[in-house]
Write a protein that binds this ligand. Sequence first.
Ligand code: NI
Length: 149
Amino acid sequence: MDKASVTRRYHFSAAHRLHTDRLSEEENWKVFGKCNNPNGHGHNYTLFVTVQGDIDARSGRVVEFDTLDRIVRQTVLERFDHQDLNHDPAFAAWTTTGENLVILIWDLLLAQLPPGRLKKIGLIETRDNYFEYAGPAAQLTGAAQSSHG
Ligand code: NI
């Protein structure tokens, strides 16, 4: 059976402040720049969710969009849209960076989708910032490749 992947795009707006007590005030500013501003700020995030699977012989589809949209809406969008990410319990000990956000969204959706379906999470934070996560297995593959290179 043929396999393919499908990517759906979603939007949410959220506030955050990049700051960690593990770094000094100077280091926080050096690492996070304007995102360390004490007053916080917002982003209009664009989220890409890529799922993979067999193409259904009857529908020609890998996934029902309505089903995926409902899962993403209930699991991610309703949780983060118009919220302060720094107040989300999942970020109690993590900075609200794009890197940490794609991993959290991956974990949240992985728990809601059948095994092997989720392929990649992409997240545009600003015009010039794009983050991506494809699970711990993808990380291991990358590490193995680089160690042989
Ligand atoms: Ni920011």
